[in-house]
Every structure is written in structure tokens, then in C-alpha cells.
Design a binder for this molecule. Structure first.
Ligand SMILES: [Zn+2]
Length: 60
């Protein structure tokens, strides 16, 4: 919803996980990292982490 980039499933799952589970509009990974003032890579690492945990938001 911030930059208009096409979103991946991971972007949406991460937004739900970090901001709002019921979200209908989403931030991409880049905008999420800006929002939380962290490195984009950290967000990607988190996605990997949640996937490994078996988080249902990230299930394929
Ligand atoms: Zn964005």
C-alpha cells in the first residue's frame, strides 16, 4: 500500500504477522523494513525463521 510494488505471498504473510492479521492492504518487505527501521535483510531472515517454525501464515 505504500510503494505500489507487486506483493508476494511472503510480503503479505509478514505484514499480517507483524502488523495486523486481518489486514486487507499490505506493505512490501522493503516498506515493512522502513516502517520498523530495520534492515530489509532482517525482515527476510524473519520470514525464513517463521517458515522454519511452521507458521501457518507462511505455509505453501
Ligand atoms: Zn513497498
Amino acid at each position: 500500500m505504500a510503494c505500489g510494488k507487486p506483493l508476494t505471498r511472503d510480503d503479505m504473510a509478514m505484514h499480517k504477522k507483524l502488523i495486523n492479521r486481518g489486514a486487507k492492504e499490505f506493505l512490501c518487505i522493503h516498506c515493512l523494513s522502513e516502517h520498523f527501521k530495520v534492515d530489509e535483510q532482517l525482515v527476510r531472515d524473519k520470514i525464513q525463521f517463521f517458515k522454519e517454525q511452521g507458521c501457518t501464515l507462511f505455509s505453501n
